[in-house]
Write a protein that binds this ligand. Structure first.
Ligand code: MN
Length: 239
């Protein structure tokens, strides 16, 4: 092999390698697959309210399992062509594995984003403001009343599930809870609406730090609520 042939072969093999990578990423196996996004902050960013190990296990194992099992449940079906919101909207048409794992994927993706370090009631600027603050006062009487009603929904949800602040179809704020990984966007939901805020009350969300004291976890949650993102959720839902 002379130098020119070597270079040609080298470039050829490099190109072939890149091309096969490109084909792999576009093969049907990878189409319509949902992915686990990294947490939008470090595992320990919500300390001391939500501990590092809980966040790590919750995201890296629990949320990952929902994504993996959702992908398994839709593999090779027409469901692969649908977005997560499209799946949730007509969830009654799909297998229960899609309801549980699709709900799990949507709920956790949302949950990570409505929390943040340096959030919550540490200073007035971190409280809800603007249109969301006005709507909370109008609907519940005060911010504290809303928190109390939300905490009640979270505390009284028996077993595993979620508490939600939602905007209903008639543009009203409402506090509801769902069982397991159900979600107010699902057609099977008793109380339908667009989520503004959510709290995971599965034991895996708090047991390492709070054990059986779910109420303490709920109280701690207010310290890490990302009201900026909640406000954006609210204003989008009101359009
Ligand atoms: Mn969870």
């Amino acid at each position: 092999m002379n130098r020119k042939d070597f270079i040609t072969a080298f470039i050829g093999s490099t190109f072939a390698f890149k091309l096969s990578d490109t084909f792999a990423s576009k093969s049907p196996i990878f189409e319509g697959m949902f992915t686990l996004a990294p947490l939008p902050y470090a595992n320990d960013a919500l300390e001391p309210h939500i501990d590092k190990m809980t966040m790590e296990i919750h995201h890296d194992r629990h949320h990952k399992a929902y994504v993996d099992n959702l992908n398994k449940a839709i593999a090779g079906t027409d469901m692969e062509k649908l977005s997560i919101n499209q799946l949730l909207k007509d969830i009654s048409k799909y297998p229960v594995a899609v309801r549980n794992n699709g709900g799990g994927h949507w709920n956790h993706t949302f949950f990570w984003q409505i929390m943040s370090p340096n959030a919550g009631g540490r200073d007035a600027a971190q409280m809800p403001s603007g249109k969301l603050a006005d709507a909370i006062t109008a609907s519940f009487g005060s911010f504290d009343n809303m928190k109390a009603e939300f905490a009640k929904a979270a505390t009284t949800r028996f077993g595993s599930g979620w508490a939600w602040l939602i905007v209903t179809s008639d543009k009203k704020l409402k506090i509801v809870s769902t069982a397991n990984q159900d979600n107010p966007l699902m057609d099977i939901a008793t109380d339908k609406g667009t989520p503004v805020l959510a709290l995971d009350v599965w034991e895996h969300a708090y047991y390492l730090k709070y054990q059986n004291k779910r109420a303490d976890y709920i109280t701690a949650f207010w310290n890490v609520v990302n009201w900026k993102n909640a406000s954006e959720n609210f204003e989008k839902a009101m359009k």
